[in-house]
Design a protein around this ligand. Structure first.
Ligand SMILES: *Cc1c(COP(=O)(O)O)cnc(C)c1O
Length: 335
């Protein structure tokens, strides 16, 4: 077996991230609720992509890359953080983003500009078109003496997912230090790497911990994560192949990817008002609203200690469309 430390990691981020008890929400639900603050990974606005990028850009550096290309939606946290991390490491970022009707340079689009990344928008719904463009660019760059490193959607390769094998281990050590043991860890699932990494972490370090994924989009995530787990096992040269039996993924895409409905907005408000912590509208709001529904229905009655992974996404808060009647739409009156 290979160790996580056998893989080069770029020096990005601040680890370990805090593990905090959600005191008011714990009282409210009669549980021990904790939050793993991966919104505080220490680059840009923080978020889960920093852990993946540490492994991916460590590999890019080792291969002598000068340019890094990646893709995502217009409001991609991953693309923005790739640009931020590349700036730290002295590599140039090219972001090839799906436009999908987005026209305002707000949220992560604004931050991409602030970071000085090369950003190109594509009017397509098919990532295949974008990957073809990447490989064309890679060839052209090679002729100009530049070496381009390509990172797929969300950085969800087996190598990137190692960041979440590591995060599982880190969280477990923090729990041990606090004298607690989690019954369950809950994470959003967007492209699958974070969740697959956590599941491998559980397989390796604490198989009794249940790891729940809350899907914020509609895709065959069970299959995607099973495949990723197998690839991570291959990368780590594990003696036993990793099965898919600890995958537990629930659909909470609601109105669709990136569209927060009333339940997600309520989850954001509850976390902000009880704990002073901002969730994001696209990922953690949907994941936390799933957890709230379980806590309210009594579905997790057997479990006492639950860790919620805050995977970041703050940029999305500044690109949210609030309905007119939202209680968060304050009127700027004067007393
Ligand atoms: C990308 C992202 C996720 C989902 O992680 P995946 O590894 O893509 O499944 C969750 N939360 C935030 C804030 C993200 O940006």
């Amino acid at each position: 077996m290979r160790l996580l430390s056998d893989f080069p990691q770029a020096p990005l981020g601040c680890f370990p991230t805090p593990l905090q008890r959600l005191s008011n929400l714990s009282d409210l639900f009669g549980k021990e609720l904790y939050i793993k603050r991966d919104d505080m990974t220490g680059v840009g606005l923080g978020g889960n992509k920093v852990r993946k990028l540490a492994f991916l850009l460590g590999d890019a550096q080792q291969k002598g890359a000068t340019v890094v290309m990646t893709t995502g939606g217009a409001q991609s946290n991953h693309a923005m953080l790739t640009a931020a991390c590349c700036n730290r490491l002295g590599m140039k970022a090219q972001l090839l983003l799906k436009r999908r009707g987005v026209s305002d340079p707000v949220g992560n689009v604004y931050l991409d500009g602030l970071l000085g990344a090369q950003v190109d928008f594509f009017d397509t719904d098919d990532y295949g078109v974008i990957y073809e463009e990447m490989s064309r660019r890679k060839t052209a760059l090679a002729e100009a003496g530049e070496w381009a490193y390509e990172i797929p959607l969300g950085g969800s390769t087996a190598l990137g997912a190692l960041g979440y094998v590591e995060c599982f281990r880190e969280t477990l050590a923090q729990c041990a230090h606090l004298g607690i043991h989690p019954d369950r860890i809950v994470s959003a699932v967007g492209s699958g790497g974070t969740y697959a990494g956590l599941c491998v972490g559980a397989d390796l370090f604490a198989p009794d911990v249940r790891v729940t994924g809350v899907a914020v989009d509609r895709a065959p995530f069970h299959q995607i994560c099973a495949q990723l787990k197998a690839e991570i096992g291959g990368l780590l040269e594990l003696e036993q192949p990793l099965g898919d039996d600890n995958l537990e993924i629930y659909d909470n895409a609601g109105l669709g990817y990136g569209i927060p409905g009333p339940a997600e907005r309520e989850a954001l408000e509850l976390m902000a008002r009880q704990e002073g912590i901002f969730l994001d509208p696209v990922y953690t709001g949907k994941a936390f609203s799933w957890l709230l529904a379980q806590l309210r229905s009594g579905a997790l009655a057997e479990e006492q200690t639950i860790v919620f992974l805050h995977s970041g996404g703050a940029g999305g808060l500044f690109a949210i469309d609030l309905p007119e009647n939202s209680p968060c739409n304050l009127e700027i009156g004067v007393v």
